[in-house]
Design a binder for this molecule. Sequence first.
Ligand SMILES: Cc1cc2nc3c(=O)[nH]c(=O)nc-3n(C[C@H](O)[C@H](O)[C@H](O)COP(=O)(O)OP(=O)(O)OC[C@H]3O[C@@H](n4cnc5c(N)ncnc54)[C@H](O)[C@@H]3O)c2cc1C
Length: 479
Amino acid sequence: MARDPSTLTGDLARALGDPARVSANATVLEQHAGDFSYHPRRPPDAVVFAESRRDVEVVLRFASERGIPVTPFGAGTSLEGHVIPVRGGIVLDLSRMNRILEVRPADFLARVEPGVTRLQLNRRLEREGLFFSVDPGADASLGGMAATNASGTNTVRYGAMRDNVLGLEVVLADGRVVRTGSLAVKSSAGYNLTALFVGSEGTLGVITEVAVRVRPLPEAVLAARAAFPTLDAAAAVAVGLIASGVPVARVELVDPLTIRAVNRFKGTAYPEAPTLFLEFHGSEAAVAAEAEYAERLAREEGASEFHRETDPKAREKLWEARHHAALAVGATDPRKRQMVTDVCVPISLLPEALRAGREAMAREGVEGAIMGHVGDGNYHAVFMVDPEDPADVARARRVNDAIVDFALAHGGTCTGEHGVGLGKRAYLAREHGDLLELMAAVKRAFDPRGILNPGKVLSEAGEDPLGRPAPLGPTGREP
Ligand SMILES: Cc1cc2nc3c(=O)[nH]c(=O)nc-3n(C[C@H](O)[C@H](O)[C@H](O)COP(=O)(O)OP(=O)(O)OC[C@H]3O[C@@H](n4cnc5c(N)ncnc54)[C@H](O)[C@@H]3O)c2cc1C
């Protein structure tokens, strides 16, 4: 439905009592029209910058009374079109709600507003000898990370967001405020609504506070980089490390295409070979012994080098290279956009899953950069596609389909961490078709008018079965 932006922004400003919190400026709308992915961008009618929970309550009451869509927005780093306001309406930007409310070192927990980013939180925690473990690479917001059940390089040791969120404050679609969970590390009190909101991608409520577990900084940290003759050999070492029970903190695999892109992007000179990035946390003696064991495994699989780093600056550089891998691949062709797969399989099947992925790419003649949190059995293939070229997108999608099919046929999942957004809705149907009705009933219970991030996670009646957003009219708005 087309809405008159000036009426909408005027009404919102009056409801909030502050015109500075509402914008329909073209640049601001464009900044909130999309993400890093190939999914078509679409500007909202208005952006509200919430500064407090009260603002969120006001906006949701306002929107639910009028049936206006509201799309929550954290740092906008998600990869499956999650933040694209496909039905227009309001984008609710939470980045100004960025206060760290409480750090309790003795209880190993912190309470934060949703716009606090993970690097901001870690800078504050470092003063107390603590850190927050979930690390998706991007400097995402804690609200967005909770909403996508983010994970990343440390998950193999410390778990994903769902393992680290103790409780939430959430504003529901009609403006009511609820608190879930507690500050205790465990609870058996009723249905686990914290776990339901974590990963709900802004479709069930707007998170206004997150209580998370934090960890003591390890006494010693040792990072390592090992180069292998084949991807199979690198994957075998990742699987071997997990199988041996070594409490490795990070096991990341990248293929030669990715290393080449990283070398160009970061000015590094890593050998352009299948590579594992590793990290060990513990006492000096423990990390040295674990690295020695890993090196032995790596040499047995033909590793040509096993390079260790204990100096904090050198470690930071090494992980920066890994964290910027997706951006480096993106920079190889700035005219194109990224389509990213994100499958996760039972760990022993990882080498086979990687082989199946590479075979699919070869079959379709599609180049894909492979990188992954392989200690979790989770890997990504990044395809650079031209969104204006349907054949290009279709080719990459066929590879994506084959990779997901392999994962689903072997007990895996279509998304280990990025979530469903727009891009994986058809895959969600393949993975959990029998549960979609129950999921839709949950959505109706929390959001009966369907105003919260509509069109995401679950397809709606009459939509493209592949979950693609409707084409835009000539004005950039719905026809
Ligand atoms: C280079 C790069 C590397 C990445 N690597 C990883 C990785 O290793 N692991 C991983 O998990 N992800 C990764 N991602 C994806 C992304 O960083 C995560 O999905 C992250 O959790 C998104 O957080 P955000 O603050 O950017 O959320 P946004 O993108 O702003 O929003 C994501 C979703 O959450 C909803 N949302 C945001 N805030 C709230 C809120 N307060 N209440 C309710 N809903 C909300 C939005 O509506 C949307 O549906 C990567 C992204 C990039 C660009």
